[in-house]
Write a protein of this length. Structure first.
Length: 498
């Protein structure tokens, strides 16, 4: 434990910053709670200084930082809340217009203005009829508008970081070409080329794989992907950023440039890619970690995955503290924690006699899904059972699928006149569609499960305590795990009071 405290303070900084944000979110309307949290941080800092343990001062500092960051976001967000009937809303459509059925359509608009007042935010629009407009058009809407609840307790925090308003339209008028940011224009241009030249399922798969855009994906197809246990390939994360970084790093090495230029050649495409993908929590985490690993390699420093993950968490939460209350943040960081904590043990011991490529894929799939288990139960109420089979098929060929899809897409973006080449994506992406439909549609691919949140916490803490990052004899690890489980169970009656 001494090494964990002394040599990985950044891990505890991220942990206590996250705790500060989480507690503030649970008491979002209680000013007294924020004062209490800050007072507790101040008292702790006082004890640290009194007992001459200044090296632990970062703990109350980061805890207080988490409290202050989310407090500021909550106050600003609620000060601009809106609730209006038959308001006039204008904005530019920034997504494709999707449908649940022939009487229900939905899309998003950017640069929202409500009754003449500019908000600079995004709105989610629902309509009972198909609008005479498409992505990139400016529309004038008459409808009922309200501000989203911040969604802290159910982990659906939209507003402070993106879609702030919900609009139920009564009338929609197309008023011409709208104005969008460069990244949105690039994505819309690609979408138009894609849907004009490919079938809907191929287009949906390409958008989800390359940019993590699942906004208009068919609900049944999305359900099959999730049940097959390959939903992670549709969330732009370390897998995607890592493959892009590998390609750019290969090109940079061939150019044999200096270290600084090498870093620029690798990082600029990653940042542009992250920008187009919307800089979600998983994308930011992947870019930060890739940068840390590249810099470590260039400077000859030892790489530490746990520290890199913690640094990424700190940066993501400083930029967007409400990400703590989104499913994507937890799924992304938990998945990578599974790779860091569980996979090395599986490859060294439990699967040591298996052929290397099969061993690595099985270990990766098991490690990620074991860590994600409590989140899948908590967020979706089910557990995927055939994920190892799906990943054994997809993961070996995914780098080729991703790279070929990206190259074809970039080529067509540069030369739109060659858009017919996009038809090749139907063949390139076929394995993903096949696995999703063949495995995800099986009745046994997912099993419904219900569990208490504190059991999930006990499960995660036990995994970490039993890992190589806690330097205790095995018998003491087991005893500590039992104590943690007992405390979590004892807390079950208290949690509903939060």
């Amino acid at each position: 434990m001494k090494r964990l405290v002394n040599k990985r303070p950044i891990c505890f900084a991220a942990l206590f910053m996250g705790i500060g944000i989480f507690l503030t979110g649970m008491y979002e309307d209680a000013v007294w709670a924020r004062v209490l949290f800050l007072a507790a941080a101040l008292i702790f800092a006082g004890f640290v200084l009194i007992f001459k343990k200044a090296r632990l001062l970062y703990i109350p500092i980061f805890f207080a930082l988490g409290v202050l960051l989310l407090s500021g976001v909550i106050d600003v967000y609620k000060s601009t809340a809106v609730s209006s009937v038959k308001a006039e809303i204008t904005g530019t459509i920034s997504t494709e217009i999707a449908s649940k059925n022939e009487h229900s359509y939905y899309f998003k608009i950017d640069n929202v203005t409500i009754d003449g007042e500019e908000t600079g935010k995004q709105a989610f629009v629902v309509s009972g009829f198909l609008p005479n407009a498409r992505a990139g058009d400016k529309v004038k809407i008459v409808g009922d508008v309200s501000t989203y609840d911040m969604g802290f307790r159910d982990f659906t925090s939209y507003g402070a970081r993106g879609t702030k308003f919900y609009v139920k339209s009564r009338k929609i008028e197309n008023v011409g070409q709208g104005v969008l940011s460069f990244d949105k224009r690039v994505l819309i241009k690609y979408k138009r080329l894609l849907y004009d030249n490919c079938d809907d399922m191929t287009s949906d798969t390409a958008l989800a794989l390359l940019f993590g855009d699942r906004f208009a994906i068919d609900s049944q197809y999305s359900h099959n992907v999730k049940d097959a246990g390959i939903l992670h390939i549709f969330a732009v994360s370390g897998l995607h950023v890592g493959m892009l970084a590998a390609v750019t790093a290969f090109l940079a090495r061939k150019l044999k440039k200096k270290k600084a230029l090498y870093l620029l050649i690798v990082e600029i495409p990653l940042i542009l890619y992250g920008w187009i993908c919307g800089f979600g929590a998983s994308v930011l985490r992947a870019i930060v970690m890739s940068t840390v690993f590249i810099v470590s390699g260039l400077t000859g420093r030892q790489r530490d995955s746990l520290n890199s993950l913690s640094l990424a968490a700190i940066i993501v939460l400083i930029l967007n503290p409400t990400d703590m209350f989104t499913k994507g943040f937890h799924l992304s960081f938990a998945a990578l924690l599974g790779l860091i904590v569980i996979v090395p043990r599986l490859t060294r011991k439990e699967l040591s006699g298996v052929k290397k490529k099969v061993r690595d894929i099985c270990a990766t799939s098991v490690g990620v899904n074991v860590m994600l288990l409590p989140y899948m139960v908590g967020f979706f109420g089910e557990v995927q059972t055939l994920f190892v089979i799906s990943n054994l098929i997809i993961l070996p060929i995914l780098p080729f699928i991703y790279t070929i899809s990206l190259v074809i897409s970039l080529f067509v973006m540069i030369l739109p006149s060659c858009a017919v080449i996009l038809n090749a994506l139907s063949v390139v992406l076929f394995p993903i569609r096949f696995v999703a439909q063949a495995i995800g549609s099986l009745p046994i691919s997912s099993v419904p499960v219900q569990a208490v949140d504190m059991f999930g916490l006990a499960y995660l803490l036990t995994i970490f305590i039993m890992s190589r990052y806690v330097f205790l004899p095995r018998i003491k690890k087991m005893a500590l795990s039992l104590v943690v489980c007992a405390v979590c169970v004892a807390m079950i009656p208290v949690i509903p009071l939060l």
